[in-house]
Structures are given as C-alpha cells and as structure tokens.
Design a protein around this ligand. Structure first.
Ligand code: NAP
Length: 284
C-alpha cells in the first residue's frame, strides 16, 4: 500500500519559509511584486490565476493582475510585457498559458525579461537549466523534485521515467532528475513498449494529460509515482494521469490529484519570485 505524498502539506511548509524570508526582506523596505497576466476567459486559467494571487497574499507579496480580453493582439500583449519589464514594483511576470490561438506563445515568452521570468520558460533560462546553472527552476518540475525529496527516496542511481516531453513539464522534469543523477528515460506518444519501460521505473512521473492513463501494469512494486496530470474523468471530475485507486496498492509513494503536484507548482512560483527579488536587491 502506498504512502500518500501530501502536496498541500509540503507546499504549506515551503510557503511558510518564503513568508518568513519575505517578511525579513520587507524590513529593509523592499516590497516583492508578481504581475499575473491573463488573456481571455478560460475557466481553468482563471482558477490557476486566483490560486497564484491567493498564494501571493499568503506569503506577503503584492500581486498585480492584468486581465485582458480574448481579442487582445499579440503586439498589445507584448507592449504590456515590456511595460512590466520596466516596472520596478514587479519582480516576476507570469503570463498564464495557454494564450488564445492568434497569439504566438513563444513570442510572448521571449519578450519577458529573463530576470523576471519566474516561470523559467524563456530560452535563456531554459539554457541555464540545461547546463545546471540556474536561478529559476521551472515551477512544476521543481515542485515534483520537492515531493520526491519528501519521500526520502534518493534519485541518484534510480531508474526514472518521465511520460511526456512538453517544454513546460516533461523536458525540464527529465533534466532536473538527471541533475540529481537519476538514469532518465523520457517517453512520449511514439514510444514503443511504454508499459514495460514504465514498469522498470523506481520513480515514475506522468505528465501526459490523459485521465487515468497509468495503470497498475505500468507501475513497479514500491515505486514513487508522481502524477502531474490535471484531467477530467468520464463524469467531469478532476483526476490525474494515474489511475490512483488502481495503482495505490502497488506504488510505494503516490501523489493524489488534487492535492499533489498542483499546490507545489504555485509554491515554486512564489520561490522564484522571492529569488528574483533577492537577486535584484543583491540579497543572496
Ligand atoms: P502536453 O504539452 O499536452 O504534453 C503531453 C505529453 O504527453 C506529450 O509529450 C505527448 O507526446 C505525451 N503523450 C500524449 N499521449 C501519449 C501516449 N499515448 N503515450 C505516451 N505519451 C503520450 O501537456 P503538458 O503541458 O506537459 O501537461 C501534461 C499534464 O500535466 C496535463 O494534464 C496538464 O494539465 C498537467 N499540468 C499540471 C500542472 C500542475 O501544476 N499540476 C502544470 C502543468 C501541466 P508527444 O510529444 O509525442 O505528443
């Protein structure tokens, strides 16, 4: 039977630590600010943005929300990003993805000043992550690493399998596991023998976007199973990429959805924003 990795509890611990550090920094008259930009009316994006604003309140940061209509043009959005790049109150800029189809996400990511890119999506920050010399870690993979650390299982020397190769989750996830000396396999939609590869994993991270995709035959007895997915099941209920109930007895550790990786992503965003403020003010 698996031990549940409680992302809510771990994220609360991380945020409390950030709150204390932010309070110390505030004593020097420094306010920490995060700009959150949302374009359009995607309900899931609205929930994520609200969670991020709430986390800012919890840790004592100021959040600046910019809600733009669906028909906002790419150049209008870039103008806002450039304004925020030059705004001294703003330490971090977060543009909630996905953006409406007529806006090129890469163009927007590239417009964010790398030292305010608290999502760590800018190519410059991605490059830093690749070579293992970084200030900002990509929020979701960084959150997963914290959850793995919480289990006490060492990544070093373990077989790690990441299902998914997106720029936001899969690729940086694999890189962070590699930096910790895991032997990493990245799987994707063209992978052959996926179930067998997954079943050899000591640490399995699912970032597929398909409800209950990971079944017990894909899980090694006692493995650490991390579920990044935020999906809807056949009844419209929130679930992950892992069939949690079916895999529970086989896994050694498992994250629930909700209450696993999701809260950690937000906590890591707060950590990156704190880092940005510290670097700007030469507090390291
Ligand atoms: P994505 O960009 O759609 O990438 C999905 C990946 O899964 C792709 O690499 C795809 O392979 C792979 N895949 C799809 N079908 C597959 C199959 N049958 N077998 C093996 N691999 C398959 O998604 P994402 O942005 O990485 O997000 C993944 C999930 O995590 C989603 O549910 C998302 O909502 C969730 N998420 C959660 C958080 C959080 O904070 N909890 C943050 C970000 C994302 P190809 O590359 O070959 O197409």
């Amino acid at each position: 039977m698996a031990q549940i990795i409680d992302g809510k509890a771990v994220s609360a611990k991380v945020k409390e630590q950030i709150r204390k550090e932010a309070a110390e920094i505030k004593k020097q008259g420094i306010e920490i600010g995060l700009a959150v930009v949302i374009v359009g009316n995607d309900p899931a994006s609205r929930v994520y943005v609200n969670n991020k604003k709430k986390a800012c309140e919890e840790v004592g940061f100021t959040s600046y929300e910019y809600t733009l209509p669906e028909e906002t043009t790419e150049s209008e959005l870039i103008s806002l990003v450039e304004k925020l790049n030059g705004d001294d109150r703003v330490n971090g800029i977060l543009v909630q993805l996905p953006l409406p189809k007529h806006i090129d996400e890469n163009a927007i990511i590239n417009a964010i000043r790398p030292d305010k890119d608290v999502d760590a999506f800018h190519p410059q920050n991605v490059g830093h992550i690749m070579i293992g010399d970084f200030n900002f870690l990509p929020c979701t993979p960084a959150g997963v690493m914290e959850l793995i650390a919480e289990t006490g299982v060492e990544v070093c020397g373990k077989n790690c399998v990441v299902i998914g190769r997106s720029n936001i989750v899969g690729k940086p996830m694999a890189m962070l596991l590699l930096h910790k000396h895991g032997t990493v396999t990245i799987c994707h939609s063209r992978t052959k023998g996926l179930a067998e590869i997954c079943a050899r994993a000591d640490i399995l991270v699912a970032a597929v976007g398909k409800p209950k995709f990971v079944t017990p035959d894909m899980v090694k007895e006692g493995a650490v199973v991390i579920d990044v997915g935020m999906d809807r099941d056949e009844n419209g209920k929130l679930c992950g990429d892992v069939d949690y109930a079916a895999c529970f007895d086989k896994a050694g550790y498992i994250t629930p959805v909700p209450g696993g990786v999701g809260p950690m992503t937000v906590a890591m965003l707060m950590r990156n924003t704190l880092t940005a403020a510290k670097i700007k003010n030469n507090i390291m």
